[in-house]
Write a protein that binds this ligand. Sequence first.
Ligand code: FAD
Length: 401
Amino acid sequence: MQTTTRIIIAGAGIGGLTAALALLQRGFDVTVFEQAPELKELGAGIQIAANGSRVLIELGLEDKLKPIICEAASKEVRLWNTGQSWKLFDLGADSIKRFGAPYWMVHRGDLHRVLLEAVQALKPDAVVTGAQVDGFTQSDGIVTVQLADGRSFTGNALIGADGVHSKLRSQMFRSPQARFTGLMAWRGLAPMDKLSPELQRPVGTNWIGPGGHVITYPIRGDSLLNFVGLVENVTWTRESWTEAGTKEECKADFEGWNPLIHEVIDVMSTPFRWALVSRDPLPVWTEGNVTLLGDACHPTLPFLAQGAIMAIEDGLIVARCLEEQPDDINAALKAYEALRTERTAAIVRGSEANLHRFHNQALAETQTAVEYVEREWEPDKVRKRYDWLFEYDATHVPIPA
Ligand code: FAD
């Protein structure tokens, strides 16, 4: 199908590019305005569970992603001080058998590059950089987008994929109140060949402790270990992906933790830190021919590792809805919203509920810690927490006509 329907997307992040690719594949004319002057590698690791990899495979990206993803064999939980470990669940072949798709761990920059190249292969000038979207007006089915440099563009629909600090969300709705959680996350990348063999295993690990937790997993074809370390009771409140800190500050926050944690921090690149902020989910996010997706409409805490995946699911589903009703864009966008609000709100709330599961005072003493892990991470409870996330199939969710 080749349509003359022109879709404008604000933001060339993971969600914006997924939507652009899915729409281009369906014959829509797409332009993506991105505020950054150039698109370069940013961020660190992202986990792509079966519900996300299924979409990326459907979009035809598996061959390009295969060399740069890691398919961890399992997930485990370890005690912050002794390092005692428990298997949480199998991944690898088990994820494919149980959920029909693999569990991948990938560098955000690698995934972003593969998405960008796929978009540009279909429309070389689809992404316009140095183009900050400032706002929009709409009338009679035409949306006019204003850029910060004074230029304006028109289209039949506008999708706001402009991330957690979305300007479009602010124009459309009162932004949900942001509550600082008192938590801050460190993230960094350690070269795998500089780490001891125990850290080189192909597993995702949740190190849990009193007042903090650390997530480690391999990315970029097992050449890097991704580190995310969360600590409580901090005064750092900047919700940004680009604030550098020092290894000394990072190590001080994990004083008394297992030497393996310090080994990772010692060899990793400059650590970055960001403050964790929670917000209530929006009940609606469409107005006329304008809608939102990804972090712009359902920013989440990272405790279910579903932020990027929700944006990927949104990207495919909004495209499928527009394909179903290309002549009634408002109805298509409303259908997309109706399909996504309940699930994404459940993920946002579930992540918040997980907040203190990873770092609990019971973990301070080894005896109570072991009881806590065996109670809280018991296999049935773990399945209940995760299976509904991984089972979801955005490629086959029925789209209302
Ligand atoms: P994002 O991926 O955040 O993309 C939003 C895009 O919109 C960005 O490219 C931004 O520059 C652009 N934008 C913002 N405002 C405007 C505007 N007014 N006009 C035009 N463009 C605009 N998650 C992790 O799990 N691990 C990481 O290491 C990690 N690093 C990140 C690094 C960066 C620089 C960013 C932006 C995000 C990072 N994330 C990371 C977050 C993760 O990518 C998102 O939470 C998730 O993918 C949701 O995607 P999204 O497309 O909704 O938003």
